[in-house]
Design a protein around this ligand. Sequence first.
Ligand SMILES: Nc1ncnc2c1ncn2[C@@H]1O[C@H](COP(=O)(O)OP(=O)(O)OP(=O)(O)O)[C@@H](O)[C@H]1O
Ligand SMILES: Cc1cn([C@H]2C[C@H](O)[C@@H](COP(=O)(O)O)O2)c(=O)[nH]c1=O
Length: 208
Amino acid sequence: MVRGRFITLEGGEGVGKSTQIRALSAALTARGVAVVATREPGGSAGAEAIRALLMEGSDDRWDARSEALLFAAARADHVARTIRPALERGAWVLCDRFVDSSRAYQGGGGGITDADLLALHGFGSLGLLPDHTFLLAVSAREAERRLAVRDAAGADRMGSKPADYQARLAARFAEMAAAEPERWRVIDADAPAEAVTAAIMAELEAWL
Ligand SMILES: Nc1ncnc2c1ncn2[C@@H]1O[C@H](COP(=O)(O)OP(=O)(O)OP(=O)(O)O)[C@@H](O)[C@H]1O
Ligand SMILES: Cc1cn([C@H]2C[C@H](O)[C@@H](COP(=O)(O)O)O2)c(=O)[nH]c1=O
């Protein structure tokens, strides 16, 4: 079976993932690569409907277990309807967040065990993992500056989690990147957007 590449961008709030997905899509398309750019939660009709349930309403709308199940259900639909078909066509899938966001947010932030989250992922998405994951790391000061711009009109449900939740999830991202260095690359995302794109493209060069 011909298989494309599955690349994910991860990190905390407002670290520049969507900016990079757009720039990388353009750079890879210019190199003749068939690209599917997508995001989580979302990326298929069913998953976008679940996204609205997750992103709207008050912080206590879902408890940690219900929230983990909803993210896993959205991911199962996204994988089955968008990601696997694209990979089977030989496309490169660039995804803004994937299962590692559940491991950081619902795990590190929300206290669900990694084993439970991976079991949900094994059932829902048959355990699909990215070939390569880029962690966009920003300093606390830069994160604060970017979030002030993003949330000037108010944060969504996930973006309004308390500071200790944000600190736990950042620590969990760093832990996962250190534990699986063959899949993860940590990118200095305090740098200007063009420099971040160049750093990621340099890592992807080997596959082009
Ligand atoms: N390298 C960069 N340097 C300075 N500002 C940046 C950089 N990358 C993105 N930004 C700005 O930071 C803000 C957040 O960027 P973006 O929406 O790409 O982040 P994100 O990680 O996708 O956010 P979210 O968590 O909301 O999905 C935007 O205002 C964007 O223009
Ligand atoms: C996939 C996934 C996402 N989240 C959180 C992370 C963000 O707060 C939102 C998504 O918003 P974005 O602006 O599109 O990045 O959802 C999560 O908690 N768990 C997940 O699995």
